[in-house]
Write a protein of this length. Structure first.
Lengths: 249, 543
């Protein structure tokens, strides 16, 4: 099972949108796919019309006292299952800390179902915490959405430095991509154009700011399902192509 | 631990169409309808319908779904799928891609090929049952199939010009509309909506759960025989029936089996066609021999000779098939470090099998075969003539068959009793041949006597035959493999292969010796006094 995580220290940058669309495209490609909504806000769970509720809460889950199989929910996309969010995930840091070897915990949670899925997509909460460190430890590819701004480069290099630093035992590969790009804004165009494109940790694909993406919350379906031929739908498909190539799946 | 939600399959009662089914569901549930799809599929099965008998249905997609195999298993099990080359329509187990579908099918089909059974056009209306949130909690597919046609029963490649008067069943051209089917798939984590729906389907809509699909109905509607090829003779005999008429009834059934297997044997669809054809011929020869007093001597001798010729010309292919089918088992008898050196032996066997098949096709496509077979069929269908030279013709079959069973059994007792450590291997082979005669008599005419006597007797006989068969098979294998030596000596890596072959032959000879050691115990059970009394008491003219 390959694991992709969508992550940024900031919220509202398109992590959940990327996670649900990449997961839907993974399933569409025939990969048995799991989406784990780690964000206590439960946006990914909401998008798939699944109740953001985990029996026993996050604490029991990370301690291995809940059968993970009983928590899984099939989604409207065939081949894509969801491990829903729970509001108790806001205390997952504490739960991990108490459980011992915290950065290995998420891997242990996923271990029983590892053989049943080809791809897991983790939708992370916006923070740097034990949860994210544990995510970094288990992840093969960290997918980082970046909104073009004057501080984009700095933010990204901070993250890159952390991920590849000593604190992460098993650093994942990183793939950043521009998200919510508004072509009408000069700043967006300038930032995207000035970002070094020859780096292999930056995707060629940029996800546009598009109505279809905003409508996901209303229609409660991934863009790639609801409007597959839209600009955003095509962009997510291209991004998935880059992700897939890096994962070798 | 299962991460797959259960599935269920249903068939609608006659007279209910797909639109009515969809409407009935929409009336009772919150359902969303997705875009209907239409595609063609071919149902595959072995010639003897092993998948159907095991409660399985395998479909091969065509058109946009070309190359996709989908297997429906027992109720509740998720369907299995695999991708195969889009142009392929015939699959032996090793042709299937490794994975769960092959793992499920291989032990069911064994050495048989999966072949096209019936072509269907399938219109699928996908529905989703929704919960209060509008989320899909059960998936439903309402499928309407139209049977388009049966694959040709005689492959184009078969040189069957000589087969003049064969009875080809009348096939309808189709298309024939079938009853709608309904596949229900649960969604992981939502067992209750699935349970509610299955109750509704059974109780309110009177749908019957069935995983076998409608392939049988489709085949029957198109004029085919859904039972497939059979190797068991199932005829109704009465003990008081004239022996000649009963014999002809059995022989006609066996002749039908020869003809049913002939196209597959010629097309080399799988090895069992030649095997089953030979079994039917051998049984026919046995009936002609054991019931000879019911037939006129002159034509009888000619037809026995004709059938013997068919048996002979199909023998090489079968002998080589046995070696090749058992190749892994043979190779395992050689030390692991010598197995790789056996490759040239296998290559040589495969080459010889190719040549033997060419010769078989030539022989069974020849004028001689035509003369033999058409003559034999006319003999069975015609008047057997005056009874002057057919002393047992009008005797009840119960009397004739019972007498023959007792006689052959007694003959076996004498032959087996005379075998000791000094007896030549041929003595065991001759006993085995007699054992086959007895087995065929019991299988073909045993229906006239109580099954609780016949079945245990067949079992005891089979135990004896197994050990005699092993003895003889090893003798044949040793001779066969030994005959490869001159050819092996001149191929690259041949000398190394010869060394391994020598080791294999030694091992086979040891097994032959062991089989002989087991003979005494098996024969003692067969020849036990109570068994003798039972045979003589039972196989009298039934009341």
């Amino acid at each position: 099972m390959k694991i992709v995580a969508t992550y940024n220290i900031k919220g509202g940058v398109g992590k959940t949108s990327a996670a649900v669309n990449v997961a839907a495209l993974g399933a569409e490609s025939g990969l048995r796919t799991l989406l784990w909504d780690l964000d206590p806000q439960g946006s990914a769970s909401y998008l798939f019309r699944v109740k953001p509720k985990v029996k026993g809460g996050g604490r029991k889950l990370v301690r291995g006292r809940t059968e993970i199989v009983d928590l899984l929910r099939g989604s409207d996309v065939e081949g894509l299952d969801l491990l829903p969010a729970d509001f108790s995930y806001r205390h997952m840091d504490l739960a991990l800390d108490e459980a011992g070897k915290p950065t290995r915990r998420l891997g242990k949670v996923l271990a029983p179902i590892e053989q049943h899925y080809d791809l897991a997509v983790l939708d992370c909460p916006p923070s740097i915490s034990l949860v994210t460190e544990s995510v970094f430890d288990v992840t093969d590819l960290l997918l980082v959405p970046l909104i073009p701004s004057t501080l984009t480069m700095r933010t990204y290099e901070q993250l890159d430095g952390f991920v590849s630093g000593d604190e992460v035992a098993h650093p994942p590969a990183v793939l950043a991509f521009f998200s919510m790009v508004d072509g009408r804004k000069r700043l967006h165009r300038q930032v995207v154009e000035s970002f070094p494109r020859d780096r292999d940790d930056v995707a060629r694909t940029a996800i546009p700011a598009a109505t279809e993406v905003e409508l996901m919350g209303l229609r409660r379906r991934p863009v790639v399902v609801d409007a597959p031929h839209s600009r955003a739908g095509r962009a997510y498909r291209d991004l998935w192509g880059e992700v897939r190539q890096r994962l070798g799946v | 631990m299962s991460l797959t939600a259960p599935t269920r399959s249903y068939v609608a009662p006659a007279g209910v169409d797909a639109a009515a089914l969809v409407a009935a569901l929409a009336e009772r549930l919150d359902v969303a309808a997705d875009q209907p799809t239409t595609g063609e599929a071919t149902v595959l099965d072995t010639a003897d319908r092993r998948l159907r008998d095991a409660g399985l249905e395998l479909r091969l997609g065509t058109g946009r779904s070309a190359g996709r195999l989908t297997l429906r298993d027992h109720p509740g099990a998720p369907p299995l799928a695999a991708e195969v080359p889009p142009e392929a329509t015939r699959f032996l187990a090793p042709d299937l891609p490794a994975g769960p579908l092959r793992d499920r099918l291989a032990p069911v089909i064994e050495d048989r090929a999966l072949l096209p059974l019936v072509r269907l056009r399938v219109e699928v209306r996908p529905l989703r049952v929704l919960d209060d949130e509008g989320k899909t909690v059960v998936r439903v597919a309402v499928a309407t199939s139209t049977a388009l046609g049966l694959p040709p029963s005689v492959p184009d490649t078969a040189p069957l010009a000589a087969m003049g008067p064969l009875d080809e069943p009348e096939h309808s051209d189709g298309p024939v509309d079938m009853r709608p089917e309904l596949d229900v798939a649960g969604v992981l984590g939502y067992p209750k909506p699935l349970a509610r729906l299955t109750t509704l389907l059974a109780d309110d809509l009177a749908l019957s759960e069935s995983n076998a699909g409608l392939a049988d109905e489709a085949v029957a509607a198109l004029g085919g025989d859904p039972r497939g090829l059979r190797s068991k003779v199932e005829v109704h005999l009465h003990p008081a029936e004239r022996a000649d008429e009963a014999a002809v009834t059995v022989l006609t059934e066996l002749a039908g089996m020869v003809e049913a297997n002939l196209p597959g044997a010629l097309a080399d669809l799988d090895t069992e066609f030649v095997h089953d054809l030979r079994v039917a011929v051998r049984r026919s020869r046995s009936v002609l021999r054991e019931m000879k007093a019911t037939f006129p001597p002159e034509p009888l001798a000619r037809h026995r000779e004709g059938l013997k010729w068919i048996q002979t010309v199909t023998g090489d292919v079968r002998d080589l098939d046995v070696q090749l089918l058992d190749w892994d088992g043979l190779a395992e008898r050689v030390a692991p470090d010598r197995r790789a050196a056996m490759a040239p032996v296998r290559t040589l066997l495969a080459e010889r099998r190719g040549a033997a098949l060419t010769q078989l096709r030539r022989d069974l496509g020849s004028d001689r075969f035509n003369d033999v077979w058409v003559g034999y069929r006319l003999f069975l269908a015609g008047d057997l003539g005056p009874e002057d030279d057919r002393p047992a013709a009008a005797t009840p079959i119960g009397k004739v068959a019972g007498r023959r069973i007792r006689k052959v059994y007694d003959r076996m007792l004498a032959m087996g009793g005379a075998i000791d450590d000094a007896s030549p291997p041929e003595a065991l082979h001759e006993l085995r041949k007699r054992g086959k005669e007895l087995r065929y008599l019991l299988e073909l005419f045993g229906v006239l006597w109580p099954a609780d006597v016949v079945k245990p007797m067949v079992k005891t006989l089979k135990r004896l035959q197994d050990v005699l068969g092993l003895h003889q098979d090893r003798a044949v294998q040793i001779a066969h493999l030994g005959s490869l030596a001159p050819d092996l000596a001149v191929v690259p890596d041949g000398p190394d292969a010869l060394l391994s072959l020598g080791a294999l032959i030694d091992r086979l000879a040891a097994e032959q010796h062991e089989a002989r050691a087991d003979f005494a115990e098996r024969f003692a059970a067969f020849a036990a006094k109570d068994q003798q009394r039972l045979v003589h008491r039972t196989f009298r003219m039934p009341a």
